[in-house]
Design a protein around this ligand. Structure first.
Ligand code: S3P
Length: 447
């Protein structure tokens, strides 16, 4: 039987108060640092999507005690290092999982073989292998450093690594390797990327020096540090919260609040951009939870207009361009997103798939190697047409973005491979239905 597809259609306004699932980036890091530490780490609010579950299983395979104690409640007993796993580590769809775990693995005198699903096996690992190799790790991989690959670590040397591309995953892999490198590690990032690894390392008792200098941000991890288990409360993921928030902005009469959303300045470029587009977004109860800022964010239906999104904003919203493109489809005028070449090496080529999906839904798009422009459909009473079956290449954010588009388009929008949504947001459909959305499962029409 062909896999079911999901279809979103126009219904009433969206109303309600929801809580976004745990942040994916922070969830991976909590499990990995918990496993590297000595002693017990208690985690609350862990994202229980497939990506993070793979990391939990990997940490058990590397010798940590990993136990699920309730919804989002996990206990990790770290042994102060990794032991050689007895089998292949399958990270599924998770680029963050595999890249960070490879970084952590490199510090130990052992060999580990990594693989993933078809998407992950096609993604570039050289960006991580290059600095790890300079530190002294070795590997055997498929051509172009693709998975499956076997990494051999141990006896690492200090590195001062300037990131060639803005990537928090590469930065984090180097820092995690640096925990067990003679001389520690130093990373220079010309553009600041999400800093959850640096913050969390401190939470585990490590010293991390961060300075902003003329050539970028310098992160120094001095040598000889031992991590101690801690308690972590994982805040709501702004990359997931983006879907109900944009759904409210584009669906007439809507008002939706997402509680407990992470407000780390390096993660909320989308909020800034949507406000520039005229979005009615309010941020309330800004507070600190375990070293990260969180708040309750409310979105109301808004008349949006197109904007130019500056390239330097890309690292702070790299995963949100697909849903921004949907918001742009409902705006008046053109929105241009530049400096987004990194989108092409995510779970799919997201520039190509958003351009194709929006075009199939009747939206004018212009695709360039490192840019995407969307011509908003809002002219008088003209609406976004919709009425397409969208190919997602198994990319969760491409699927969710087009379903949100379908909620406010003239004709229903379907997406294939909807099961992949569970990699980052297992409760997406239930949450959206709870707000009043019409999203249903269907079998595709026979060819
Ligand atoms: C992530 C970093 C980003 C982001 C990914 C999560 C992280 O990837 O797209 O979803 O947790 O460090 P890059 O490091 O490739 O930019």
């Amino acid at each position: 039987m062909t896999a079911a597809q999901l279809t979103a259609r126009r219904a009433g306004p969206l109303k309600g108060v929801v809580r976004a699932p745990g942040d994916k980036s922070i969830s991976h890091r909590a499990l990995i640092l918990g496993a590297l530490a000595n002693g017990v780490t208690e985690i609350e609010g862990l994202l229980e999507g497939d990506d993070v579950r793979r990391t939990a299983a990997a940490m058990a395979a590397f010798g940590a005690g990993v136990e699920r104690q309730g919804e989002g409640k996990w206990r990790v007993e770290g042994k102060g290092g990794f032991a050689e796993p007895a089998d292949v580590i399958d990270c599924g769809n998770a680029g963050t999982g595999v890249r960070l775990i490879m970084g952590a693995t490199a510090g130990f005198d052992l060999a580990a073989t990594f693989t993933g699903d078809a998407s992950l096996r096609s993604r570039p690992m050289n960006r991580v292998l290059k600095p790890l190799g300079q530190m002294g790790a070795s590997w055997t991989a498929r051509s172009n450093g693709r998975l499956p690959l076997t990494l051999k670590g141990g006896a690492l040397q200090h590195i001062a690594y300037r990131l060639p591309e803005p990537s928090a995953q590469v930065k984090s892999a180097v820092l995690l390797a640096g925990l067990h490198a003679a001389g520690g590690a130093e990373v220079i990032e010309p553009e600041a990327t999400r800093d959850h690894t640096e913050r969390m390392l401190r939470g585990f008792g490590a010293v991390v020096h961060v300075t902003d200098e003329a050539d970028g941000r310098r992160i120094v991890l001095p040598p000889g540090q031992a991590l101690r288990g801690t308690r972590i409360h994982v805040p709501g993921d702004p990359s997931s919260a983006a879907f109900p928030l944009v759904a409210a902005l584009v669906t007439p009469g809507s008002e939706v609040t997402v509680e407990g959303m992470l407000m780390n300045p390096l993660r909320i470029g989308l909020i800034e951009t949507l406000r520039e587009m005229g979005a009615d977004l309010t941020v309330a109860n800004l507070r600190d939870e375990g070293g990260e800022a969180v708040a309750d964010v409310t979105a109301r239906h808004s008349e949006l207009h197109g904007v130019e999104v500056p390239p330097e904003r890309a690292p702070s919203m790299i995963d949100e361009y697909p849903i921004l493109a949907v918001a742009a489809a409902f705006a008046a005028g053109k929105t241009t997103m530049r400096g987004i070449g990194e989108m092409r090496v995510k779970e799919s080529d997201r520039i190509a798939l958003m351009a194709a999906g929006l075009a199939a839904c009747g939206i004018g798009v212009e695709e360039e190697p490192e840019a995407l422009s969307v011509v908003g459909a809002k002219r008088g009473n003209h609406l976004v047409a919709g009425g397409a079956g969208v190919v997602t290449h198994g990319d969760h954010r491409i699927a969710m973005s087009h379903l949100i588009l379908g909620l406010a388009a003239e004709a229903p929008v379907s997406v294939d491979e909807p099961g992949m949504i569970a990699t980052s947001f297992p409760g997406f459909v239930a949450m959206m239905r709870g707000l009043g959305a019409e999203i249903g499962e269907e079998q595709p029409a026979a060819a």
